[in-house]
Write a protein that binds this ligand. Structure first.
Ligand code: SF4
Ligand code: ZN
Length: 309
């Protein structure tokens, strides 16, 4: 690679940020990521002074990077940080991730809480997948149950805010999947400034939402953040991988297109909020729900019903 000068400090640049034209050395690149997180937090007013924060950590590069950055940024506040890991029960995959989370949280001196699908819902993901009869994807079951598990953990720890590590690529992919499925409710959830629809829930925030996935990988490497490299055995079941490849190919040809697409997705989600429906209470588990039976009870009823067939 020809010698490139860092746009910010004049040192040796190692990274060309195509969408902005910047060339950055290691140190300026890392500072730019932390600055972006700070900007996102302040732009959308994601945190209040003294908030207790629960950070969902899966053991992947995004969540461990988020934990490290929030820990650094919030040191000067009175905020307390908890790390929360949900063990879905995916054999040969989740065990390593839990160990990585445990080691890092010990190193950072952050309390770490692990909750499993098995203890919360009476079934792990591997078994739920064996029992499904219809074409519902593993990620749909996993996503619905994990969301509830995180809400339960946040409630138990009395956190004000639940931070998840969705990056710009994740949010765009989710937007496109929901668009293709016609799922407007989930598009509405993309809004970064959304208030919880019921007092039951902690505020959800996504401080990495404006950062490209590949930049988080690079940041994690440069900061020696250990992370799980094994991929989930179910990850190719849905259409997310195909959408990821398509959006990456577009970005390669048209740098910055992901940013403009994210902005459009956020505007659409904000428009949907004005038309939202009142929440009901699930007749089975009493959680706030948009229909009589919440999505968790609905999916568990279907899966567990199949145990006896
Ligand atoms: Fe769950 Fe899908 Fe992620 Fe695997 S890839 S952990 S099944 S959401
Ligand atoms: Zn329910």
């Amino acid at each position: 690679m020809p010698y490139m000068k860092c746009t910010k400090c004049g040192g040796r640049a190692v990274y060309h940020r195509a969408y902005s034209g910047e060339k950055l050395c290691n140190s300026c690149f890392c500072s730019s990521i932390v600055e972006k997180v700070k900007r996102t937090i302040s732009k959308y007013d994601l945190l209040n002074y003294g908030d207790t924060i629960g950070v969902a950590v899966s053991g992947g590069k995004d969540s461990l990077t988020l934990l490290k950055i929030l820990n650094e940024l919030c040191k000067s506040h009175t905020s307390k940080i908890f790390a929360i890991t949900i063990d879905e029960g995916i054999s040969g995959y989740r065990e390593e991730a839990i160990k990585i989370c445990k080691d890092l949280t010990e190193e950072l001196d952050i309390p770490h809480h692990v909750l499993s699908f098995k203890e919360l819902f009476g079934i792990n993901l591997d078994d739920a997948i064996k029992l499904r009869k219809n074409k519902v994807s593993a990620c749909s079951i996993c996503g619905i149950l994990r969301r509830r598990a995180l809400d339960i953990a946040a409630k138990g720890l009395k956190v004000d805010v639940l931070a998840t590590a969705h990056n710009l690529d994740d949010i765009l992919q989710t937007f496109m999947i929901n668009l293709l499925n016609g799922d407007m409710d989930r598009i509405r959830w993309l809004d970064p400034v959304i208030k919880p629809r019921s007092e039951f829930f902690a505020r959800r925030i996504r401080p990495l939402m404006e950062i490209y996935e590949k930049e988080i990988v690079m940041y994690a490497f440069l900061n020696d953040t250990p992370f799980q490299t094994v991929t989930c055995p179910y990850m190719n079941e849905g259409i997310r991988s195909e959408i990821r490849s398509m959006v990456n190919a577009l970005e390669e040809e048209h740098p910055g297109i992901k940013y403009s697409a994210l902005n459009s997705a956020l505007k659409i989600s904000q428009n949907l909020i004005t038309n939202e429906r009142e929440l009901k209470t699930c007749k089975n588990c009493n959680f706030p729900s948009s229909s009589d039976l919440c999505s968790v009870c609905n999916i568990l009823e279907t899966i567990k019903g199949n145990m006896y067939i």
